[in-house]
Design a protein around this ligand. Structure first.
Ligand code: ARG
Length: 843
């Protein structure tokens, strides 16, 4: 076929040759006469055509430039509100389908059109406007207005709109008295989507009743992708709205994109009226309560193209707007809080407390919680929400602090602006004797009182460091360079900047051509990666250049296919390191996750959040109630401490039937009532065969549950680290449990958490009179004060790793008393137990 085609092509050639000959005849060179004769007419035609074409293309070009570029129109949308003072509010205005609504709406749009048409920078670009809602006061109208403006005129339009002032407008049909007018630019695409009305709800609070609403699909199915919903909430006149989110679980925050919910203290979606943007997921203990400043509130919800989360459930009610805050205080002590604390304070609020204590005393105010954070406002300026005391402004998020006055009076002023509200503050005021502000205690520079023993102990108890200044360092302390603070020697060269100026980490360098081990030891470079543990902690054999085949040592990670890799902590780090991918095995990596992305704000206390340590298990015996902790590692398996299951004083603790495990537990009192708690009996207890009840060596046990548990937001397994996993000295890790709150004290009702640090093995062994075995790990604080205690045993030492998962670093085992100085807690080192765990659990 192909060949015959080309033949055809060639066969045409002779014909075209003929054509060519004909053309040749008209060429000027071959017949001058002909050219001369026809020349003049042709010339003009050609010139005309060329000129015409040029003119045409110029015009087209100009038009294209004008319409497509210079005049390319940008779509713009503004939203806002205005107040009409000569109309009373009637119920019919709440419903946009009533004739009354439409009549007034028409008046307002007429007014807007008149207003816009009178301004040269606005009139030519106006396309449409509409009233979306009314609320009381006399009547507040919420509107949007749309414009199409050439890009080069956009700025002028923005300026003109923002400067527009409204006077009373005499319309053809009636007179509209308008006394305030606001407009804000909004995102055109987003605003458009909200106008399609398909997911709009209008709710009016019923007196004395809670009204519930939730995101689409809640709780049975996740909210759909590309959701654009809004809820208009209203209360009766002279009331405000109190809104509470009972559940809030959305995708992790990815603002300004992603999924989020916005609350407006208005019925228009103006950024300047945003009270709060919510995204991510909040634990149930987080107080998500909000208050409007007027009798309306608007909630919008936006999701991107991949909704997977349950969404939210909220309820609201109305309450009288006569809310008192501030006042004259003449008692010698008491508490003041921001309005509605711990709910979010309302926008547009001012409270003044005039505190005065008996004449010979001074006033001290201690802020226990302080959250006045406004996105984008530097804490140094405090221009939006703030607390002002004696002309000094405070804002942002602060640790507890104290403000004292050197007279018997103190003026405290709280102010919130019209956007972004926060949790606020709670503060305690006391009067004190100016001569002796802290009886029997040490007085910090800030006025805070701390116990005398805390002075010069190397810890910043005053928060302003004043307790650690001008100290004589003891033998087991060193002096930081710039701050001149004394710190435990322990923290010299531990890889953590304890001094703040890094002076504790200087001079830790090894001589040239030496490698510095993780434990601080120096070894010749040549010994690095020679497959011998020259450091003593194995750190010289980690992160060695990849060889075709890395030799397997106890420090290397072993893949399923028995190949070894020398990278530090390669499990589940998102990178495939093993050729067979077993380091990223989905089964293995589905652990250590915490369902809530937002953390409850707890100050001072050490209560864990609900769902913060979802692998924590409480082990009960009938006789003693909570006795030991444990960690969930699979649907049926718990890891705990062997010493919990030793028969003792006639009790057979080794008998599985004695024990009950509570999973998903937070508060011991709600053991039987909380729907999040799952109870299981124990089928089998396997303590380590070599557990030594004298030395506590090998203090580990495996427990099998009577039946598997289903993972929930409150029940999740923790990851088991590989034997090669490294938990470096100085790393902050969490210990949790319901154990005693102090040495010899009673247990806690609510799960407690404490952040402690991994302590150098050799140093710890010295402090604990050489009682450590190789299967133990020290963690805590040499200065004392924070530690596990009786009843925490068997519970987890949870370490957050760089892959954002929690790993079981240790098991609470023993200690010399609790929280004593120079007596850190001792834990079973889980990495050393990896093989035992594999053999006994198959995990
Ligand atoms: N052996 C204790 C128990 O049975 C735990 C002790 C932990 N002590 C400590 N100071 N870290 O609960």
């Amino acid at each position: 076929m192909r060949n015959s085609d080309s033949n055809l092509k060639y066969s045409h050639r002779p014909e075209s040759m003929n054509g060519f000959e004909e053309v040749v005849e008209f060429l000027p060179a071959t017949n001058t006469k002909k050219v001369e004769k026809r020349g003049p007419r042709r010339k003009y035609v050609v010139i005309g055509v060329v000129l015409g074409a040029a003119l045409l293309s110029l015009t087209v070009g100009l038009l294209v430039w004008h319409f497509a570029y210079r005049n390319a129109r940008v779509q713009k949308m503004f939203t806002g509100s205005l107040r009409i003072t000569n109309y009373p509010f009637i119920d019919a205005y709440e419903n946009s389908t009533t004739p009354e609504f439409n009549q007034l709406a028409e008046k307002v749009t007429d007014m807007l059109k008149t207003l816009y048409s009178g301004h040269p920078d606005i009139a030519p670009y106006f396309s449409d406007c509409s009233v979306t809602a009314f609320s009381e006061g006399s009547v507040i109208a919420y509107y949007w207005a749309e414009f199409a403006v050439p890009a080069y005129r956009e700025e002028a339009l923005d300026k003109a709109i923002s400067e527009l002032k409204v006077q009373n407008v005499n319309l053809r049909r009636s007179f509209l008295a308008v006394d305030s007018f606001e407009s804000y630019p909004i995102d055109f695409q987003l605003a458009r989507k909200f106008r399609d009305n398909s997911c709009n709800y209008f709710l009016h609070a019923k007196p004395g009743e809670l009204t519930k609403f939730s995101s689409p699909g809640f709780p049975n199915s996740p909210y759909p992708p590309n959701t654009r919903c809004q809820w208009v909430l209203r209360a009766d006149v002279d009331h405000i709205i109190s809104l509470k989110f009972k559940t809030f679980k959305m995708d992790t925050c990815n603002l300004p994109r992603g999924d989020y919910v916005k609350l407006y203290d208005s019925l228009s979606i103006a950024e300047a009226r945003t009270m709060m943007t919510l995204c991510g997921s909040y634990p149930p203990s987080y107080n998500l309560t909000f208050f409007s400043s007027q009798n309306v509130m608007l909630i919008t919800m936006v999701s991107d193209d991949k909704g997977r989360q349950p969404g939210f459930m909220a309820e609201f009610k109305q309450q009288p707007s006569t809310m008192l805050c501030g006042g004259t205080i003449r008692n010698s002590e008491g508490v003041i809080t921001s309005p509605f604390f711990p709910g979010h304070y309302p926008a547009n609020k001012e409270c003044i407390w005039d505190i005065q204590v008996p004449g010979n005393k001074f006033v001290k105010l201690r802020f226990n919680m302080f959250y006045l954070l406004e996105p984008g406002v530097p804490v140094s300026s405090c221009t939006k929400d703030y607390v002002e005391i004696n002309n000094q402004r405070y804002c942002g998020e602060k640790q507890p602090f104290v403000v004292s006055s050197n007279s018997n009076k103190m003026m405290v002023r709280f102010r919130s602006d019209q956007s972004h509200t926060d949790t606020g503050f709670t503060a305690q005021y006391v009067s004190y004797d100016s001569e002796n502000p802290c009886p029997d205690q040490y007085t910090c520079k800030s006025g805070r009182c701390i116990s005398k023993e805390r002075r010069c102990d190397g810890w910043n108890d005053c928060i302003d460091f004043s307790d650690e200044l001008n100290c004589n360092c003891t033998a087991d302390q060193f002096r930081c360079k710039t701050s001149t603070i004394c710190k435990p020697r322990f923290f010299l060269c531990d890889g953590v900047n304890d001094c703040g100026d890094s002076s504790d980490e200087q001079d830790c360098k090894c001589p040239e051509n030496n490698f510095k081990c993780a434990n601080g030891k120096c070894i010749p470079n040549a010994q690095k990666c020679d497959k011998n543990d020259n450091c003593g902690d194995g750190s010289d054999e980690l992160d060695c250049p990849a060889e075709p085949k890395t030799a397997c040592t106890e420090l290397t990670y072993k893949c399923k296919n028995n190949e070894c890799i020398s990278k530090t902590n390669p499990e589940c780090d998102g990178e495939k390191d093993c050729a067979d991918g077993s380091d990223e095995d989905a089964d293995n990596c589905n652990c250590g996750k915490r369902p809530y992305t937002r953390k409850t704000r707890i100050v001072g206390g050490v209560n864990a959040d609900i769902g913060e340590f979802p692998w924590q298990v409480s082990l009960h015996t009938k006789k003693d109630g909570h006795t030991c902790g444990a960690s969930l590692v699979s649907p049926t398996i718990l890891i705990s401490a062997a010493h919990c299951f030793q028969d003792m004083q006639g009790t057979r603790y080794s008998d599985p039937s004695l024990w009950t495990a509570f999973l998903g537990l937070h508060d011991q009192k709600q053991r039987t009532t909380s729907k999040d708690v799952v109870e299981r009996s124990i089928k089998r207890i396997v303590p380590h065969r070599s557990f030594n009840d004298y030395t506590y060596d090998n203090d580990i046990a495996m427990l099998e549950l009577s039946s598997p548990v289903t993972y929930t937001d409150f029940i999740q397994p923790i990851c088991i680290p590989e034997s090669s996993h490294n938990f470096p000295v100085g790393k902050g890790i969490w210990v949790t449990g319901w154990g005693a709150l102090s040495e010899g004290g009673s247990g806690s009702v609510v799960l407690q958490k404490a952040e402690i640090r991994v302590i150098n093995y050799n140093e710890c062994n010295k402090l604990l009179d050489n009682q450590l075995t190789a299967r133990m790990l020290c963690a805590g604080f040499v200065s004392g004060g924070i530690d596990a205690c009786q009843g925490d045993s068997g519970g987890p030492l949870s370490s957050l790793e760089s892959n954002n998962k929690m790993y079981l670093a240790g098991i609470v085992s023993w200690g010399d008393g609790c929280a004593r100085r120079n007596k850190p807690g001792v834990y079973t080192s889980v990495t050393n137990m990896r093989d035992w765990i594999r053999q006994n659990t198959g995990l």
